[in-house]
Design a protein around this ligand. Structure first.
Ligand code: G3H
Length: 230
């Protein structure tokens, strides 16, 4: 079954997500951007708390929004976030001239240092096929599409359904696990479930107000109910 990922910013939100039965909990600071990073010093205690209270939950954290050229900062942040004990370290890759080099660097960190990196391929302008093909060829086990501009429509409006299906199929064909996110709504769940990605990520849909607001227990339960009905 497709897993639900919910992004949370602190221990209280993490507990709320765990209590709602969210299987994949993602730590980030939404007010700092699409992949806004929490300080590693704040991530570690949340991880410890979740390991105790929700040992079955898979935990990821983002490294923050960096330009593709910021190779040293990206590497340092990937190491620091991995050291907090999360299962996955999410690193954004925005299509552009330096994107392929950044992906190569993330792959090298994964291979040589064993960092559990998940490339988040930015799909505001459609599925970035050269990056998808490269990430799959590199052998990333988990990868996802997400959007940066949350106000300009959801991933389902930015990417054709058949392109998203091709992304899922191509990933599965090489035993990679694909994820989808990008201002998705609870009511999108049937459409998303039909695509059958490994996981679907949410923040905007489960907040009171915009995604930088607070996590809403009511919205979370609506999302989980939609998932159960699909
Ligand atoms: O990783 C998933 C994202 O945090 C989803 O956020 P969003 O629903 O606001 O696009």
């Amino acid at each position: 079954m497709t897993r639900v990922l919910v992004s949370v910013r602190d221990a209280a939100e993490a507990q709320l997500a765990a209590a709602a039965g969210v299987p994949f909990i993602d730590l980030k600071e939404p007010s700092r951007g699409a992949l806004g990073g929490l300080d590693p010093g704040l991530i570690a205690p949340i991880v410890a708390q979740l390991r105790a209270s929700a040992p079955q939950a898979v935990i990821s954290a983002t490294i923050g929004d960096w330009p593709a050229e910021a190779a040293d900062q990206v590497a340092a942040r990937c190491r620091a976030v991995a050291a907090t004990g999360v299962d996955h370290v999410k690193a954004g890759v925005v299509p552009g001239p330096a994107a392929r080099a950044l992906l190569r660097q993330l792959d090298a960190l994964r291979r040589t240092e064993g960092l559990p990196i998940v490339p988040v391929l930015v799909a505001d302008d459609g599925v970035p096929w050269p990056l998808v093909d490269a990430a799959l060829a590199d052998g990333f086990g988990l990868l996802m599409l997400d959007t940066v501009d949350k106000r300009g429509g959801s991933l389902l409006q930015r990417c054709a359904l058949d392109a998203l299906q091709r992304f899922v199929t191509a990933s599965r064909a090489v035993q990679a696990r694909p994820g989808l996110a990008g201002a998705l709504r609870a009511e999108d769940w049937p459409q998303l479930a039909a695509l059958a990605p490994d996981f679907v990520g949410f923040r905007s849909a489960v907040c009171a107000g915009d995604r930088a607001g607070t996590l809403s227990a009511e919205r979370l339960s609506t999302l989980m109910a939609q998932r159960d009905q699909a």
